[in-house]
Design a protein. Structure first.
Length: 339
C-alpha cells in the first residue's frame, strides 16, 4: 500500500507514524514545504519568552522520521493532484517529480487569514503561522534590543492566537497594542465574563487593548509602522503582526476537483468526494461545518485514519472529548470554551 501524505504538522506526521507501526510493509511518503523538522505549532505562541524555543520546539527531526521508516521529502511544493491517474506532482530543487499513490491524505493545515484590504499591503506586516514566521520575528526583536531599544508592536486581531502572541510579547518585556474589531476578545471561544476577565488581565500586563476598533490598513514612515483604524492612526511601531484567524489550505484540493467549503469536505470516515483521498486536521470540514483545529482531535483523527486505512477500524470517526485552553500567561477561563 502506497500512502502519500501532504503536510508535516501533527495530523500528517502522527498519521505517518501510526501507519508504519500498523503496517510496516506499507510505503508511506510525506511531502512537505517545511525544512525545520516536525515541530510543535502550539509552542509558537510562547516563542518570545523562551530563549531555547528554536531547538525545544522541534519534536523530531526529519532525519529521525526517515530512520523510522517514513519517506519524507522536505522543502517541496506540491503542484498538482490527479485523482484519475492516482498521482501527485511536486517540485523540489532537482525539478518536478511524480509520485503515485494508493491512498492520498491532505494534512497541510491552514494559512494565516488575511482580510482582503490587507493583502496588497503584505510587505508592511508579519503573520504568525509557522516556525519560519517566529524565527523572522525573533531576529527582528534581537536587532531592536541589540540597539538598546524596547520593541514596540501592534497586534491586529484579538482572537486566540492574537491574544496569545500579545501576551507572550508583553511578558518578554515588549510594548504591545492589541487591536480588535469586535467588542470582546476571543468572542468565538469565550463567554462574555471570561472575555472581560481576559481584557483586564492583558491591560494589567501593560497591553493597550483597543476593542471595537476595525483596522483598515497600514503605513510606513521613517522606518516605523502605523495602523490605520476607524478612530485615526496609531504609529511608531517596530512591527505589525496580523492575526485575524486561519484559512484552511484548499486551493490544491479544489483544483483537483475535490468538494470544498471553508475546508475540504469530508464524511465521517474522513473521506473526500474522491475515494482513496482523505483529509485530516484543520483542513478537514465535516458535514456540520465544523473544523477541529485543536491538537487532541487532530491527533485522534490521524490515529483513527491509520487504523481505517489498514483495516483495523471500520466504525465512523467520532470527535473525542477535548478542552481548548488559551496559552495566555496567567489566564484561566472560568467557563468551558465555546466550539
Amino acid at each position: 500500500m502506497q500512502t502519500v501524505i501532504i503536510g508535516s504538522g501533527i495530523g500528517g506526521v502522527t498519521l505517518a507514524q501510526e501507519l508504519v507501526k500498523l503496517a510496516p510493509e506499507s510505503n508511506v511518503c510525506l511531502l512537505t514545504q517545511e525544512t525545520h523538522g516536525y515541530y510543535s505549532r502550539p509552542l509558537l505562541s510562547h516563542g518570545f519568552t523562551r530563549e531555547d524555543i528554536e531547538s525545544k520546539i522541534i519534536m523530531r527531526s526529519f532525519e529521525a522520521l526517515r530512520e523510522s521508516g517514513i519517506d519524507i521529502r522536505a522543502g517541496v511544493e506540491v503542484l498538482e493532484v490527479d485523482p484519475a491517474a492516482g498521482n501527485v506532482t511536486y517540485q523540489d530543487d532537482s525539478g518536478q517529480s511524480i509520485k503515485a499513490y494508493d491512498n492520498l491524505v491532505f494534512a497541510m493545515g491552514s494559512a494565516a487569514l488575511l482580510p482582503p484590504p490587507f493583502v496588497p499591503q503584505a510587505d508592511l506586516f508579519y503573520v504568525f503561522n509557522s516556525l519560519s514566521d517566529l524565527i523572522q520575528l525573533r531576529r527582528l526583536r534581537g536587532e531592536i534590543r541589540a540597539a538598546g531599544n524596547t520593541p514596540n508592536w501592534a497586534v491586529v486581531g484579538g482572537g486566540l492566537i492574537g491574544c496569545e502572541v500579545a501576551s507572550d510579547l508583553a511578558t518578554a518585556g515588549d510594548q504591545v497594542d492589541l487591536f480588535h474589531a469586535m467588542p470582546k476578545l476571543m468572542e468565538r471561544q469565550l463567554v462574555e465574563e471570561d472575555s472581560d476577565a481576559l481584557a483586564v488581565l492583558l491591560e494589567a500586563d501593560n497591553i493597550s487593548v483597543q476593542l471595537d476598533c476595525a483596522v483598515g490598513g497600514f503605513e510606513k514612515q521613517g522606518g516605523k509602522y502605523g495602523v490605520l483604524h476607524q478612530n485615526g492612526t496609531a504609529s511608531g511601531y517596530d512591527g505589525i503582526i496580523v492575526s485575524c484567524g486561519f484559512k484552511p489550505r484548499v486551493d490544491l484540493a479544489k483544483a483537483a476537483g475535490l468538494a470544498t467549503g471553508r475546508g475540504i469536505l469530508v464524511d465521517d470516515n474522513l473521506t473526500t468526494n474522491h475515494e482513496r483521498i482523505y483529509a485530516v486536521g484543520d483542513v478537514a470540514e465535516f458535514s456540520d461545518g465544523k473544523i477541529y483545529a485543536y491538537v487532541t482531535p487532530i491527533r485522534n483523527q490521524a490515529i483513527w485514519l491509520a487504523k481505517y486505512l489498514t483495516g483495523a477500524n471500520s466504525e465512523a470517526w467520532q470527535p473525542p472529548f477535548f478542552k481548548p485552553k488559551a496559552k495566555v500567561h496567567g489566564f484561566d477561563a472560568q467557563h468551558p470554551y465555546k466550539f
